[in-house]
Design a protein around this ligand. Structure first.
Ligand SMILES: Cc1cc2nc3c(=O)[nH]c(=O)nc-3n(C[C@H](O)[C@H](O)[C@H](O)COP(=O)(O)OP(=O)(O)OC[C@H]3O[C@@H](n4cnc5c(N)ncnc54)[C@H](O)[C@@H]3O)c2cc1C
Length: 294
């Protein structure tokens, strides 16, 4: 622990990282670090930078697959206690990176602000959602982002403004190591109509996606103009399984994990099978939307 000596309250060695993801499978992180303040985060980054220890930012682990072999270096997850404040000022909602999306959506609706209902049911944090522009059919978070506060690998903080931010399909141009906070510009609307839209979106998702199973959402990105789920379905892969991982019968672009003995290797083998089958049938190589660590 010499790199992080004195920070034992927030640093754990050989932490079972896979269990902290929504898939619930995979190996350990060499260091799992949960800073409570910006100062602690800066200290961690400065020391890691000096010692050449790789650092990864983790949100709520809902878009990640951790390999069984684990992750070398440090995985840093901002503690909600210090990084999840949500404030509303007129039509602007400011949220800490560790704030869960469901809380942002609920607070915005209560304040009569529309624009983030599209995120209903997405189990991520503000930081993870902004980094990869979470969203889908009903819209994405990027369309609301006015400003982000970030910290680079050396612990310097700065802001990035709307005019210099680019959001694409599950991508953003935010490359700084940590997003600390995001400001979302929303539109006034009645709480009642926002709630009605949220309900409609939630019902549509619940009817078509396995929202309560252990997964990381859609496994593959949709190739241009095509739906990955429909292609996998047409290959007859719904229900196909490897060990404890199976293609959801409700939505073919979801892999769900069941059973105590399930491994990340099962998920990876199924990913491989889905890619190969779709390639053979349609000539298209599906690209993972989930992030595979390391
Ligand atoms: C049931 C289910 C449904 C889902 N539905 C959707 C959906 O409809 N649309 C969608 O887009 N996604 C969906 N997802 C995937 C996932 O919830 C989103 O991608 C979410 O935005 C990931 O956020 P996270 O906090 O869990 O990030 P993580 O999975 O922890 O990390 C994702 C990426 O963000 C980076 N990151 C995390 N926090 C920070 C930070 N503070 N600063 C910088 N980088 C950071 C990580 O390094 C990583 O690169 C779903 C997942 C599940 C399990």
């Amino acid at each position: 622990m010499s790199v992080f000596k004195g920070l034992e309250e927030i640093v754990q060695r050989d932490f079972p990282l896979g269990q902290a993801t929504t898939f619930g499978v995979g190996g350990k992180a060499e260091y799992f670090i949960r800073p409570r303040t910006e100062e602690e985060l800066r200290e961690v980054l400065v020391r890691a930078d000096k010692a050449g220890v790789a650092v990864r930012a983790m949100g709520r682990g809902s878009n990640l697959l951790v390999r069984d072999e684990g992750v070398p270096g440090a995985v840093v997850q901002l503690q909600p206690a210090g990084f999840s404040r949500i404030e509303v000022e007129d039509d602007l909602l400011r949220a800490g990176a560790a704030a869960p999306l469901h809380k942002v959506v609920a607070d915005a609706a209560r304040a009569g602000l529309s624009g983030v209902e599209c995120l209903v049911g997405i189990p991520g944090s503000v930081g993870g959602a902004v980094r990869m522009n979470a969203g889908g059919t009903y819209g994405d978070i990027g369309q609301t982002v006015e400003r982000v506060k970030v910290m680079d690998a050396r612990g310097q903080t700065f802001h990035r403004e709307r005019e210099d931010l680019l959001f694409g399909y599950r991508t953003s141009n935010i490359t700084a190591r940590f997003i600390l906070e995001a400001e979302l510009r929303l539109l006034p609307d009645s709480p009642r109509s926002i709630a009605a839209r949220m309900k409609k979106i939630w019902i549509a998702k619940k009817n078509t996606q396995p929202m309560n199973a252990a997964s990381a959402g859609c496994v593959f990105r949709n190739p241009r103009g095509l739906a990955a789920g429909a292609m996998i379905d047409q290959c007859g892969l719904k229900g196909a399984s490897v060990g404890g991982a199976a293609v959801s019968r409700k939505h073919a672009n979801y892999i769900i994990v069941k059973g105590a003995g399930a491994k990340a290797a099962d998920v990876l083998a199924l990913v491989d099978r889905m890619q190969k089958t779709v390639k053979e049938r349609f000539g298209v190589m599906l690209e993972p939307e989930i992030e595979i660590w390391p």
